[in-house]
Write a protein that binds this ligand. Structure first.
Ligand SMILES: Cc1cc2nc3c(=O)[nH]c(=O)nc-3n(C[C@H](O)[C@H](O)[C@H](O)COP(=O)(O)OP(=O)(O)OC[C@H]3O[C@@H](n4cnc5c(N)ncnc54)[C@H](O)[C@@H]3O)c2cc1C
Length: 447
């Protein structure tokens, strides 16, 4: 018998769940509030640049499920390799640090020799425990989540100052959350996996994976789900359509794949028999670091190509990081010129302060900060695009892996949850979580 299942949220997690459920014979309807699939992995696109893609998420060679999808959909030819080097800034002095090169590490001037050697040995120790230190799977890491923070772990394996310029920038430069508020497991998993990994982007944006994953499901874009309730032995999904009209539709089951605070809100009216107290408490306590990305077009040569430049140090900096991508700018007369598209992310306090303020004010405040991270940043960068993600990065707080593992184990229909907040703020973790939610409903393999 075919079961009708609603998937609420068409990001990486929701569309992964949709794919599995369609394969298991469910009739699936995806409700997505935005006008396209992909969620936080969805790029913006502008016709003046080639490729026209803006925010372009990185896929790393140690993402097994994403690698399998790229092969399945024949997208290998769309992969563009980018540099895995990180440039770390200390009071305006920027130094490259390759995660692949022990020699680079031994020459690195921002940490003492003793810290560098200690860091190298700690990395080797964690690499030996790779299988346990899975960045994406709390069922593997929960037993290591003993309440210690990444900052405590860092100060144990090196000195606190060593941590500030060796590991902290690699955590905060990618996710912007404070290492003092993050589980040590997150830091250890990064150490275990970063070395020797290759980084790529998908030429036309990562949302192609969500779009392909949703094939076989009905997709309702521009449909914001307002609430779920129990109805006639099933689940009624209430929504507001793009035209502003409200409606409701009945299903046998539902996968809720929105960020956790939204999931808590729209399932708030469901009984404890449907959403157990532990799951509800888990959803209600997840916190997020918002993200504000400001991009500029500058002439090539002004900064290194395909580079990740991050602020070192324990303080929350005015500007956290910059990422550079090569683009061709197409002028109004059709003329073409090579440019660098530079993405900049303010630090935590500035991001929170500038969110919702409008791009004019955001550029006015961020542009004077560019030289704090790259002292030779060009004088007249062309502001290009601002993008906000209020639910940017779910924070893997100490104990979070243990709590999420419990919810994963206890999840069963008719309503299940998924999203990167179960594991780590990565598309790979979102995929795993979506597959698991689908398996909890359909009784498939749990991977
Ligand atoms: C700035 C930034 C850069 C990142 N860079 C990388 C990177 O390089 N590599 C990487 O692996 N990861 C990266 N990530 C993390 C990655 O984007 C996320 O981990 C992943 O996309 C989360 O997927 P998700 O499906 O769990 O959630 P989401 O992508 O948030 O999907 C949830 C979906 O639910 C929809 N929704 C919300 N409310 C409703 C509602 N009421 N009704 C219907 N639909 C609703 C949303 O519109 C959204 O489409 C980055 C994140 C950010 C913010």
């Amino acid at each position: 018998m075919s079961r009708r299942t609603a998937v609420i949220g068409g990001g990486m997690a929701g569309t992964a769940a949709a794919k599995r459920l369609v394969a298991a014979g469910h009739e699936v309807v995806v409700f997505e509030a935005a006008d396209g699939l992909g969620g936080r992995a969805r790029s913006w696109h502008r016709p003046e640049i080639e490729p026209d893609v803006g925010i372009n998420l990185m896929y790393v060679s140690f993402y097994p499920r994403m690698s399998a999808l790229i092969r399945e959909y024949g997208l290998e030819g769309d992969l563009v390799k980018i540099s895995s080097n990180v440039h770390i800034s200390k009071r305006g002095r920027v130094v490259g640090l390759s995660s692949d090169s022990p020699l680079d590490l031994l020459r690195y001037p921002h940490a003492s020799f003793r810290d560098r050697v200690a860091f190298l040995f700690a990395t080797l120790r964690e690499v030996r425990r790779r299988e346990e230190l899975d960045l994406f799977d709390p069922l593997k890491t929960e037993h290591l989540d003993d309440g210690a923070t990444a900052a405590e772990y860092g100060a144990r394996i090196t000195s606190a100052a060593g941590f500030d310029y060796l590991l902290r920038p690699q955590i905060e430069g990618f996710w912007n959350f404070a290492s003092e508020g993050v589980s040590a497991v997150h830091a250890r998993a990064l150490l275990a996996w970063l070395g020797g990994s290759d980084f790529f982007v998908l030429r036309n944006g990562m949302e192609v994976l969500s779009e392909r994953n949703a094939e076989g499901a009905k997709v309702r874009l521009g449909h914001e789900v307002t609430g779920l309730r129990e109805a006639g032995g099933g689940i009624s999904v209430g929504f507001r359509g793009g035209d502003g009209n409200e409606g409701a539709e009945e299903f046998d089951s539902a996968v809720v794949a929105t960020p956790a605070p939204i999931a808590a809100r729209i399932t708030g009216g469901l009984d404890e028999a449907v959403v157990p107290a532990a799951a509800r408490a888990f959803l209600e306590t997840q916190e997020y670091e918002p993200a504000l990305s400001m991009s500029y077009l500058v002439d090539p040569g002004a900064l290194p190509k395909s580079a990740h430049i991050v602020a070192g140090g324990a303080d929350d900096p005015p500007l956290r990081n910059m990422i550079t991508y090569e683009r061709t700018l197409i002028g109004e007369d059709g003329g073409r010129s090579e440019k660098l598209l530079v993405f900049c992310y303010p630090g935590r306090a500035n991001t929170r302060r500038l969110l919702g303020q409008g791009s004019e004010r955001q550029f006015a405040e961020v542009t004077p900060l560019l030289k704090t991270l790259w002292p030779d940043f060009p004088e007249d960068p062309r502001p290009f695009q601002a993008a906000e993600r209020p639910y940017g990065f779910p924070i893997p707080a100490p104990g979070r892996y243990r709590a999420s593992a419990r919810v994963i184990r206890e999840q069963r229909g008719p309503v299940v949850f998924c999203g990167d907040y179960f594991n780590s703020p990565t598309t790979e973790a979102a995929l795993l979580s979506g597959y698991r939610a689908a398996d909890a409903l359909a009784g498939g393999p749990t991977t």
